[in-house]
Design a protein around this ligand. Structure first.
Ligand SMILES: *[C@@H]1O[C@H](CO)[C@@H](O)[C@H](O)[C@H]1NC(C)=O
Ligand SMILES: *[C@@H]1O[C@H](CO)[C@@H](O)[C@H](O)[C@H]1NC(C)=O
Ligand SMILES: *[C@@H]1O[C@H](CO)[C@@H](O)[C@H](O)[C@H]1NC(C)=O
Ligand SMILES: *[C@@H]1O[C@H](CO)[C@@H](O)[C@H](O)[C@H]1NC(C)=O
Ligand SMILES: *[C@@H]1O[C@H](CO)[C@@H](O)[C@H](O)[C@H]1NC(C)=O
Ligand SMILES: *[C@@H]1O[C@H](CO)[C@@H](O)[C@H](O)[C@H]1NC(C)=O
Length: 315
């Protein structure tokens, strides 16, 4: 169960601002007309913005095509083409750069289609710090409380998993992993797969893994994209490009389904898969939800871990 103290409800309302109220005329006919014209203006500016982003996406695709054409030319023996185009590292870097740009631009497009009142990130303003993000309107599952993390010294991070003191047993079944469990305030905790799915499918999120090994050494893994599919498709994981100072363990995990001891979606039978809920691709890799004193990253046992997400546009 969640223990919720200190809950700060954010004003995520559709209410009119004071200025909008002042601007409202008293004549009802005038008012309807003005309202209609204001709505049209809003629609037009939203369309303009969509168009701008689409144009940027098209340009990006065009430059990718040009780049690939140059490789094709080279393969056909057209020697007028710069030889460095053929360098695998250059090709990889350019494709990766291009993929990132494309990813960010499509995320922007997705965000623009959302109501801006749906604040889905932890923020710091000069007046207050958000301890929890309260998410309403997202789904029929109701209000979602997600704790915030400021230990990284960066804004925006929401905690979806936390192992710090062993207070919570992570050997739980599918239904418990789906709903979430633990102590959201300051102890061991898991947000729940359904909420993680709803959040990461509502807009683009990045993932930060904070890892503390048994010997006290600290490492991090960052992915510029993180998504979890719906329950019917097994809460399958997708991650983007990696940065960090540990092994990129989740590379190659795209579309691996989540499994628990009572629902083995990947038909992998290893002792570890019976001990928690995780995306099991093989027996030998990492499992941040494993048993206390045994949970691990790249086969190195951890004493603490945190999984954090934040909307891509919060920096
Ligand atoms: C060789 O590449 C250049 C530059 O991309 C292009 O203008 C030219 O038509 C190509 N020649 C052949 C034979 O494909
Ligand atoms: C070839 O391409 C590389 C990398 O894009 C660039 O730095 C270099 O100036 C190019 N050389 C010529 C002769 O165009
Ligand atoms: C945005 O808010 C409006 C007004 O409350 C609502 O009618 C609309 O369905 C919302 N759109 C989305 C994508 O949630
Ligand atoms: C955790 O829960 C599992 C399943 O209920 C149980 O078998 C195991 O003994 C528990 N572990 C601890 C440390 O309590
Ligand atoms: C990884 O980076 C973090 C944050 O910059 C740092 O605290 C940690 O010591 C680094 N760990 C390794 C193994 O380099
Ligand atoms: C601690 O363990 C990690 C993981 O095994 C290893 O990468 C790191 O080098 C170790 N640090 C020290 C100081 O031994």
């Amino acid at each position: 169960m969640f223990t919720i103290r200190n809950v700060l409800i954010l004003a995520a309302s559709f209410a009119l601002t004071a200025n909008e109220i002042k601007a409202m005329p008293s004549n009802p006919e005038m008012s309807a007309e003005l309202e209609q014209s204001a709505r049209k203006d809003r629609e037009i500016s939203a369309l303009k913005r969509t168009q701008e982003i689409n144009e940027a996406l098209i340009n990006e695709l065009r430059s990718q095509i040009q780049f690939q054409m140059s490789i094709i030319n080279k393969l056909n023996g057209n020697s007028s083409i710069n030889i460095s185009c053929f360098d695998p590292t250059t090709i990889q870097m350019q494709l990766e750069e291009s993929r990132k740009k494309f990813h960010r631009q499509s995320c922007q497009l997705k965000d623009d289609q959302l109501n801006s009142s749906l604040l889905i990130g932890c923020i710091i303003t000069s007046e207050y710090i958000t301890h929890y993000v309260v998410i309403r309107y997202l789904s029929e599952i109701g209000t979602i409380y997600v704790p915030c993390d400021y230990q990284l010294g960066a804004p925006g991070w929401m905690v979806i998993q936390r192992r710090i003191d062993g207070a919570q047993n992570f050997t739980e079944n599918w239904d418990t992993y789906r709903k979430g469990f633990g102590y959201a305030d300051n102890s061991d905790y898991f947000l729940g797969m359904e909420r993680i799915h709803r959040l990461t499918s509502s807009r683009c999120y990045e993932l930060h893994l904070h890892l503390e090994f048994e010997n006290g050494s600290i490492a991090y893994a960052h992915y510029d994209d993180f998504r979890v599919s719906d329950e019917v498709s097994g809460y399958a994981i997708t991650v983007g490009a990696f940065t960090g100072n540990t092994t990129d363990v989740l590379r190659g995990y795209d579309n691996v389904k989540f499994s628990t001891f009572d629902r083995n979606n990947e038909n992998i039978n290893c002792p570890r898969s019976g001990q928690s809920g995780w995306w099991f691709k093989s027996c030998s890799e990492s499992n941040l939800n494993g048993m206390w004193n045994h949970f691990n990253w790249d086969s190195n046992v951890l004493r603490k871990s945190k999984m954090l997400i934040r909307p891509l546009e919060i920096k």
